[in-house]
Design a protein around this ligand. Structure first.
Ligand SMILES: NC(=O)c1ccc[n+]([C@@H]2O[C@H](COP(=O)([O-])OP(=O)(O)OC[C@H]3O[C@@H](n4cnc5c(N)ncnc54)[C@H](OP(=O)(O)O)[C@@H]3O)[C@@H](O)[C@H]2O)c1
Length: 242
């Protein structure tokens, strides 16, 4: 079950956190994975070295030519996990133009462009898997993350739209929405014990998840066995969205 031998998978934003765990899981099931990050070539390379057979690809998804650059580095892939995102905390009436654009570009626009770039091959071969990584904020937006939450909702709309259009080609399109997951992104915020207590009180399971809590769900959505799942939002959040 869940054998990905012969499949190529691109996981955006996979030098750490959830993306790194998903990349490791897909590689363990036999896929050749492309590990992507933007901040430094050394970081991308170091992350790829920790996953068997992984290939590092340093491309910044905020750039205008990000999809062309990514495709030039990877060629065709069978599985696209759109996981990279950026997040700014700021009151709704203080959001700057730069914060607005960067979140829209990395979290939403680049995903549309990557799908436009990689889907023609998936269509031709009659098989493909697209998984976007959303957030529990689709259900419970944080008051200081208006644009971030909105990009995740826009992404979910895209998933539903494309799932219907691409299903006849054997391509599934799904979203995976994590809740609070312990990754480098929220290390600093959760180090504040009072804040951590407040966050955990909103999670029915009573604890934060780990990146590994997201891997089984991602694997299912990327696998042959997941062929009849499309257009769904798989929420992995210990019940936080309820
Ligand atoms: N952690 C949570 O609690 C949580 C909750 C809900 C949803 N999520 C979602 O889950 C996904 C992963 O979150 P995470 O917590 O694992 O994130 P993270 O620890 O902040 O890691 C982000 C990853 O994205 C890459 N990245 C950032 N900007 C990029 C850009 N412009 N181009 C390409 N890559 C870029 C980073 O690579 P470099 O540093 O190498 O550039 C890094 O590998 C995100 O979509 C996030 O919105 C996370």
């Amino acid at each position: 079950m869940f054998d990905l031998t012969g499949k190529k998978a691109l996981i955006t934003g996979s030098t750490q956190g959830i993306g790194f765990a998903v990349a490791g899981c897909l590689a363990a099931q036999g896929a050749v994975v492309y590990v992507n990050g933007a901040s430094s070539e050394a970081k991308t390379k170091a992350a790829a070295e920790r996953i068997k057979g992984a290939i590092p690809v340093t491309v910044d998804l905020s750039g205008v030519n990000c999809a062309e650059d990514m495709y030039a580095a990877t060629g065709e892939v069978d599985i696209l996990v759109l996981n990279a995102s950026v997040q700014y905390r700021n009151a709704w009436d203080q959001i700057t133009e730069e914060e607005f654009d960067r979140q829209m570009n990395v979290n939403f626009k680049s995903n549309v462009k990557l799908i436009q770039t990689y889907v023609p091959y998936m269509k031709k071969q009659g098989w493909g898997r697209i998984v976007t990584v959303g957030s529990v904020q689709q259900y419970k937006p944080h008051k200081d993350m208006l644009i971030y939450a909105a990009t995740k909702c826009a992404q979910m709309s895209m998933v539903q739209n494309l799932a219907k259009q691409l299903a006849p080609y054997g391509i599934t399109v799904n979203n995976l929405s994590p809740g609070v997951i312990e990754t480098p992104r929220n290390e600093k915020a959760l180090a504040d014990k009072a804040y951590e207590r407040q966050v955990l009180s909103g999670i029915p399971c009573g604890y934060a998840g780990t990146p590994e809590d997201c891997t089984a769900g991602a694997l299912l959505l990327c696998s042959g066995e997941g062929r009849y799942l499309t257009g769904i939002d798989l929420v992995i959040d210990g019940g936080m969205h309820l």
